[in-house]
Design a protein. Structure first.
Length: 106
């Protein structure tokens, strides 16, 4: 019985630490998963590469970032993106998705 309370505290601590680790906040590669990351899908969808593994993005539509005439478009190549979110069931669920603009040389 005297070991029950420390065991419960240990379990709660481990669970809370695990929850903190699942949030990702970093700069990643982003592009169309079908066209640039060779992912299986029926249509163009945003994908990100995290630790050399590709994940489709859940809360952001490719329509927001896909214009073949735009230099910063995800249709024109792999871009850097600042993201915040979590990986759940093999999908990146984003809370923030922002393409990092490239600087033009003069």
């Amino acid at each position: 019985m005297k070991y029950l309370l420390p065991l419960i505290i240990l379990i709660i601590s481990c669970v809370s630490l695990q929850k903190r680790k699942t949030t990702i906040s970093e700069v990643v590669e982003a592009a169309c998963g079908l066209c640039f990351f060779d992912m299986t899908t029926d249509e163009c969808r945003i994908a990100v590469k995290i630790n050399d593994k590709s994940y489709f993005v859940e809360n952001t539509s490719i329509k927001e970032y896909c214009d073949p005439n735009e230099k910063e478009s995800l249709c024109s190549g792999i871009k850097s993106a600042n993201v915040i979110g979590k990986i759940k069931h093999g999908v990146f669920i984003d809370d923030k998705f922002e393409i990092i603009k490239t600087k033009e040389l003069k």
